[in-house]
Design a protein around this ligand. Structure first.
Ligand code: ACO
Length: 320
């Protein structure tokens, strides 16, 4: 549970209220949504000082995430005798420290890019899977990419600000490290793409006396953009990634870095469903031997702790 935000003082505006995010395409735009966390940009109190009101528009083209920023404000504290020693926060500079270098403040330039994205944008990396949710002419496509994928770096610089807005404690990835891998999820309608979300993960060596070529992966960040949440995309993204990991012979274990409750739940649900579909029933009954947990971990590439959770959930579901 998080503490409620502290009450606002004079000349303060709550940063998450001030920021309006939107995804814009030629066929329409999302409803406005707001960041969950703003402390990486505006400090621990998550307020903007020095204004009676501030409106920050941050609009992203649905495909390339090309970004438009616009800041408007009402009366400022400057010259106000009650607060003589402080200037208003420099909102644009604070934002620019975290936004990509190619952000525009010109709405016509932004709209032009939105239009061009329709015909020019193709996803980065390599397509490795897709799914449908029963809507006519819509598919959801998964691409694997790394910083070595041509053009991906610029796209990633536009994307990463969403990590700050939505994942507590998130920080930007080291761009020079080409070992980072990502799976990007796109909605495809005819020739048009819209970015939905992504996962980052990092491979590590997993040495054993017998084998030195094995890898463990650590899922680091998982994000579905708010307009697409609660439609099953997070679960699909995880399931397809898991299927891909299972198919890699040298990859022996999947771990998750610092999962929050929402992702923990999602993962538990998906792992359990997989075990059930895979017919783990026959082998799992009480009392559970330590070797059984070990075998489940090895077969399904789970850490000991996640294997224990799955076995426990599996057995508990049989209780009326
Ligand atoms: N209609 C209504 N509800 C639905 C539908 C539907 N069609 N489909 C799924 N749901 C429900 C699910 O049952 C689930 O409910 P629950 O939370 O009560 O269990 C909920 O929606 C979420 O499931 P999904 O839709 O599969 O997941 P979503 O696409 O919303 O993605 C995620 C989940 C990744 C946590 C997303 O909310 C997100 O990006 N949040 C912000 C960032 C974040 O917290 N990331 C994880 C950090 S931890 C880490 O990175 C390792």
């Amino acid at each position: 549970d998080t503490d409620p935000p502290r009450p606002l003082r004079p000349w303060e505006v709550r940063a998450s209220d001030a920021i309006s995010l939107k995804l814009v395409g030629t066929q329409g735009e999302s409803d406005t949504f707001h960041p969950e966390f703003t402390y990486p940009v505006f400090g621990m109190d998550e307020v903007i000082y020095g204004y009676r009101s501030v409106n920050i528009k941050l609009y992203h083209s649905t495909a390339s995430l090309f970004t438009y920023v616009n800041v408007t404000y009402g009366e400022t504290v400057s010259g106000n005798t009650s607060e003589p020693n402080r200037e208003p926060d420099d909102v644009i500079s604070l934002l620019q420290a975290k936004l990509p270098p190619d952000v525009t403040q010109d709405y016509a330039v932004f709209l032009d890019r939105v239009k061009r994205d329709d015909t020019e944008f193709v996803p980065f990396g390599t397509k490795f899977d897709e799914y449908a949710l029963g809507e006519a002419d819509v598919t959801y496509e998964l691409y694997s990419a790394s910083f070595a994928s041509p053009g991906f770096l610029e796209f990633h610089r536009r994307l990463q600000v969403f990590l700050l807005w939505y994942i507590e404690g998130a920080s930007y990835l080291e761009e020079n490290d080409e070992r980072w891998e990502m799976v990007l999820l796109y909605e495809r309608r005819g020739p048009r793409y819209a970015f939905i979300g992504y996962v980052t993960y990092y491979p590590f060596f997993y040495y054993t006396p017998e084998e030195c070529n094995r890898r463990r992966v650590r899922i680091s960040q998982v994000l579905i953009l708010p307009p697409y949440q609660h439609r099953g995309h997070g679960a699909r993204l995880y399931q397809h990634l898991y299927k891909y990991f299972l198919s890699q012979p040298h990859l022996v274990q999947i771990t998750v870095e610092d999962p929050n409750e929402a992702f923990h739940n999602l993962r538990d649900r998906c792992d359990l469903a997989y075990l059930i579909r895979d017919g783990a029933n026959g082998d799992l009954r009480l009392p559970v031997a330590a070797d059984t947990i070990k075998a489940v971990g090895e077969k399904y590439k789970l850490s000991k702790r996640q294997a224990e959770r799955c076995v426990e959930m599996f057995l508990l579901r049989a209780i009326e």
